[in-house]
Design a protein around this ligand. Structure first.
Ligand code: SIN
Ligand code: CO
Length: 402
C-alpha cells in the first residue's frame, strides 16, 4: 500500500481557485495529480470481485455492428474468458467499500464536502473499450490508474432526442469532440455534472472515477415535507389533539358554487406556507437526510458488540480504528455549546468540547489510538461515542471485523 500521495490532487491550484473556476463549470486535466498512487489491485483481481454477488458490476460491450450491450454482474469466469480482445469495459462500483486503499484515495478529495461523495467506481478496458459518449448527473474526477485512455468532451446539450434509442445506456448519437486529453497513469480529469464525455482505452486501461452526487431537488423537498408531517403527526398523537382541517369560519358567499375563490386560494397558500422554513431546523433535518444512504443496510456488523472496556483494550492492541465506507459522517455546529453529529441518518447531539473528536471522525478515515486519545482528552463521553458508533458498524478494527 502506498500512502505517500500528496494531500490534494489539484497541483498548483488552491481548493478555492478550483471551486471558483472549474467546479460544476468547466473540465480540468491535471497531469501527475496522483502520480504516487499505485493501483492496489490488478485487472484480474477486479474481475474476481465482479464474480461476487454483493459487488455491483457491469460489462459494456460495443459490437462490430455498432450495437451496444450492457450486462450486470455477478459474472462467471466464463463471461470473462469468452470476451473479445477489444471494445469492452468492466465497471465495478463502490470500490472504496471493497478495497481499503481505495477509501484512502477519497481522502485526497477532502476539499469537497463528504456528504456529496458517492463512491469510487473502477473500470478496466482493453484497447477500444468505451461506454460511449454520455453525460452523468454527478461530478466526477477520473484518475488514470494504468495504461492510457483518450477522453473527449463536448459542451453540446444533453437532450433526450440526441440519445441512441432503446438502450440502457444514455449514449449520445451525435457526439462531436471539442477538446481531448490522453490520460496516463496518475493523471486526473475533472468532468462537471452534465458535460458529455467519451473515454476510449488506447491499451489495457484501468481508471478510477471518484463521483460527487448532489441530491435531487424534488426528492429533497418531498422528503423534508414528509419528515415535517411525520413529526407533526407524532406530536399530535402525543398531545391527543384532533387532526387539523382547513375550516373556514370566515367563509364568504361566492356567486357560483363551482368557483374556488381568491379567499380560499389565499387560505390554502397560507396553510402550505406555514411549513416551517427555519434554516437551523432544516439544517438538522438535512444532516439526517443526507447521511442516510441505502448502503448502510449492507454494512457488515461488528463481529461482536463490545463494552467500553473491551473497545479500549482492543484499540490498545490493534492501534487503529477505521471508518466504515458504508456510512456517511457529517456534523453541524449548533448553538448552546452543542455540535450535532450525523452518521448514517442518525443525529447525535454532543457537547462542543468533543469538537476535536467530531471533526476528526467526520473528516478522516483512519484513527490511531494516539490521535483519538488526544482528541478526546479527559472527556470520557468521547469514548462512549466511539463505542456507540463501533457497535453500530460505523467504525471497525481492520484486522478483526468482517
Ligand atoms: C469509464 O470509466 O469507462 C466510464 C466512466 C464514465 O465516463 O463515467
Ligand atoms: Co461518465
Amino acid at each position: 500500500m502506498n500512502t505517500s500521495v500528496r494531500r490534494y490532487p489539484l497541483g498548483t491550484l488552491s481548493a478555492e481557485e478550483f471551486l471558483h473556476r472549474y467546479w460544476q463549470k468547466a473540465p480540468l486535466c491535471i497531469r501527475g495529480a496522483l502520480a504516487s498512487f499505485t493501483p492496489p489491485f490488478t485487472p484480474e483481481e477486479l474481475a474476481g470481485l465482479a464474480l461476487e454477488s454483493e459487488v455491483e458490476s457491469r460489462l459494456v460491450q460495443e459490437h462490430p455492428s455498432g450495437q451496444w450491450q450492457v450486462s450486470h454482474g455477478p459474472f462467471s469466469e466464463e463471461d470473462f474468458t469468452t470476451l473479445p480482445e477489444s471494445h469492452w469495459t468492466l465497471l465495478v462500483q463502490e470500490m472504496n467499500r471493497h478495497v481499503p486503499e481505495m477509501a484512502l484515495l477519497l481522502q485526497q478529495f477532502s476539499f469537497l464536502p463528504g456528504w456529496l461523495l458517492d463512491d469510487v467506481m473502477v473500470s478496466f478496458a482493453p484497447i477500444d473499450g468505451s461506454v460511449g459518449p454520455h453525460a452523468d448527473n454527478y461530478d466526477v474526477f477520473i484518475i488514470q490508474g494504468s495504461g492510457r485512455r483518450r477522453w473527449q468532451i463536448s459542451h453540446q446539450s444533453a437532450s433526450a432526442a440526441d440519445l441512441l434509442p432503446n438502450l440502457p445506456l444514455r449514449i449520445h448519437a451525435h457526439f462531436v469532440s471539442e477538446e481531448e486529453w490522453i490520460l496516463e497513469a496518475g493523471d486526473l480529469l475533472y468532468i462537471p455534472a452534465g458535460m458529455v464525455h467519451h473515454g476510449v482505452a488506447l491499451e489495457d486501461s484501468l481508471s478510477y472515477s471518484v463521483g460527487f452526487r448532489p441530491p435531487a431537488i424534488h426528492q429533497l423537498i418531498a422528503s423534508y415535507v414528509d419528515d415535517y408531517i411525520t413529526e407533526a403527526r407524532t406530536r399530535l398523537e402525543a398531545s391527543q389533539e384532533e387532526e387539523p382541517f382547513l375550516y373556514q369560519p370566515n367563509l364568504r358567499a361566492a356567486s357560483h358554487s363551482g368557483e374556488i375563490t381568491l379567499q380560499t386560494q389565499q387560505q390554502v397558500a397560507a396553510t402550505v406556507a406555514s411549513i416551517p422554513l427555519d434554516t437551523k431546523a432544516i439544517g438538522r433535518w438535512f444532516g439526517r437526510y443526507i447521511t442516510e444512504t441505502t448502503a448502510e443496510t449492507a454494512a457488515p456488523y461488528p463481529a461482536e458488540e463490545l463494552t467500553l472496556r473491551q473497545l479500549r483494550e482492543r484499540l490498545s492492541t490493534q492501534g487503529e480504528l477505521w471508518r466504515s465506507e458504508y456510512f456517511r459522517f457529517s456534523y453541524i455546529r449548533g448553538e448552546d455549546q452543542q455540535t450535532y453529529l450525523y452518521v448514517g441518518g442518525e443525529e447525535y447531539p454532543l457537547p462542543s468540547r468533543l469538537q476535536p473528536l467530531i471533526e476528526m471522525i467526520a473528516s478522516d478515515r483512519r484513527f490511531s489510538l494516539q490521535n483519538l486519545a488526544t482528541a478526546i482528552g479527559s472527556f470520557g463521553e468521547g469514548w462512549e461515542l466511539l463505542l456507540t458508533l463501533y457497535n453500530r458498524g460505523a467504525l471497525f478494527f481492520p484486522d478483526v471485523d468482517p
